[in-house]
Write a protein that binds this ligand. Structure first.
Ligand code: ZN
Length: 175
């Protein structure tokens, strides 16, 4: 496995492009997903999207059920959010591509997401809370949208020193 370089910056053209669907579920994709996973874990992330490591394809990985017994990680290829709850929820987000910045973002509380797994098999999941938040954040990445674009007028962006130990657990996780 190879740790990949994380693309940084709100004006980075790779992070701002709309990514293209994955066409081939082959060994190259499998290797890329493994490398993304390693990059995500070594950067202490709860999710990572392909553009964040320089590839404009519609693929991301999320950590599901973070900090629970059932915690696992799921690669999602060519995802589509099919349904979104009217109910919204506010929660803090950070991003591997915007180090040291955190803000409260409104997201749909529940979503239904369709995606293909690494073998090209179609799956559907109903997600809520943090799981739904991470998918919405990552799905934005493959459309060139960053969490700072989603802030309400007057929202506060908290800036902390990169690498600071001030934050632990879920609150300091980046997606
Ligand atoms: Zn992000």
């Amino acid at each position: 496995m190879t740790k990949l370089k994380i693309e940084l910056g709100v004006d980075n053209p790779i992070l701002r492009a709309k990514s293209k669907p994955v066409k081939k579920f082959d060994a190259e994709l499998r290797k890329f997903v493994k490398d993304m996973k390693e990059t995500m874990f070594s950067a202490d992330g709860l999710g990572i999207a392909a553009p964040q490591v320089g590839k404009n394809i519609r693929a991301f990985i999320i950590v599901m059920d973070y900090n629970k017994k059932s915690e696992t990680n799921i690669p999602m290829i060519n995802p589509e959010i099919l349904e979104k709850s009217a109910e919204m929820e506010e929660g803090e987000e950070g991003c591997l591509s915007i180090p040291g910045q955190f803000a409260k973002v409104m997201r749909h509380k529940e979503i239904t997401v369709e995606f293909f797994n690494i073998d090209g098999v179609r799956q559907i999941l109903n997600l809520r809370g943090l799981n739904a938040r991470v998918v919405q954040h990552e799905n934005d990445h493959i459309d060139g949208i960053l969490f700072i674009d989603r802030l309400e007028a007057g929202a506060v962006i908290e800036k902390i020193e990169v690498g600071s130990k001030k934050r632990n657990g879920e609150e300091g996780k980046k997606i």
